[in-house]
Design a binder for this molecule. Sequence first.
Ligand code: PEP
Ligand code: MG
Length: 547
Amino acid sequence: MGSHKGSRVFEGYALGKIAVYSAVKVEKAAGLGAEKEFARFEKARADTIAALDKSYMETLSKLGEAEAALFATHKLMAEDLDFEDAIRAELENDVSAEYAVHAAGAQLAEMFASMDDAYMKERANDVREVAARIVMALRQEVNGFQLKEPSIIVCDDLPSSELMKLDKKMILGIVFVKGGANSHVSILTRMLEIPAICGVEGFEVKKELDGTFAVLDAMKSELILSPDSKLLSAYSKKKAQYEENKAKLQAFKGKPTLTKDGKKVEIYNNIASSFEVENAIRNDAEGIGLFRSEFIYLEAKDYPTEEEQFEHYKRVVSAMGEKQVIIRTLDIGADKKIDYFDLPEEENPALGFRSIRICKARPDIFLAQLQALYRASAYGNLAVMVPMIISLSEVTFIHEMAALARENLKARNLPFNPDMKIGIMVETPAAAVCSDLFAAKVDFFSIGTNDLSQYTMAIDRVNPNLSSSFNPHHKAVCRLIKLSTENAHKAGIPIGICGELARDEKLLPFFLKIGVDELSVSPAYTLSLREQISYIDTREVNVEDYV
Ligand code: PEP
Ligand code: MG
């Protein structure tokens, strides 16, 4: 028995045999001559295209056009004439078609990777994926990686196309040993609600693991190999209980969120990519309370353009219809570093150059984002909030930049909502203590309890040595939340909570009693939170117990 810890991609439990996925390996080998090998390639390409068409149609019907588009792009690449020419050139060296396709794919991928344009750079991975698919077709493995029985997939990383092509009923869970929680394939995994973890340090994906029985506890982000019968039976019970609860929660879909005594609150969702909006919709979110826009920047190789950002924002806003979508402006720095921003090395990054501080120093970046956001505001109910606020001068700066963005769009004759709401995150003690002053200047507040707790208790939120000292229920934090809520309501503006505390069982009665208007949580927690709230009677809650 051995246990390996990672980070969560999507919650749940999986019990079953491991199926190891390894990337296609190609050795240099001699072929049957250029003409014969080219004919083999042509046949394999046709088979690949047929498989891509099938994946396109399946994904279109299950997840929608945006997710299916990847397969249309891959088809175009498979048909690309430059790719074909590169393969022909390789075949002149009397190599096998497998090697020629692999080498030509690597060449093209390198060319894409060296381009300045962020979109083109991203195509490098697509070319590698397409080449690997054609190689598999040449090896008569058109369907490539297949699951013979319901299994837990263990891989270093998995191309999105491989995931989409598999029968989802056969996937019990996934362990992306080297993957990140916000890669495209992780986002798709969440959308498909497959229990999964990623970033398992010190774990090596070996072929010998194939068939090993394992438990994936995606609640604790743990993979347990060869569990003993006692552990296995405990996990079977946990899984059954989890699934029963999940099924019961469906009854809360389409219902308003009400406490036992009839107080209304709204449950919004936190998302990190435009793809995740489908999850929010499926889980019946009443709005989006936090779209962490920095993930668009984190996933790009260079500054995303106004146009690229606009497409992401528009997608979320349009999908949510009349429901409110709150998009947070760029929040990088501290634990979120991006190479192309060339941020300085700092002694105390959490107290350093981050978020609005970077936007003030680089107004061009902030303006491009505001323009993209205003443009998206024409497609639904969009509001924008700015993180890490500490002073009124920052709010003045935001309003000046917003006015400039509106002027620029007017000059370009582009539609936008001139009354788009602009709010701030209350996530520093400075913002909470002066929340009366801020409330007079902005349209809404959203409390970022992750940072508010870190800065109030002076405990680095990512320092594992301090986690035992971190008290999420500290009265100082509760007092600041109460003060901010009172000041918001005195000024007649709404206030939400979008940090992890929004679904804290212990504090939930307190939040409802003081009248927080909206709680924003990951899509998967929407219905369970609605259920929990339905049991709370705010008449029985004593605020003094919390502050
Ligand atoms: C927070 O600080 O609570 C928050 C929601 O923002 P992030 O976790 O992205 O810093
Ligand atoms: Mg924060």
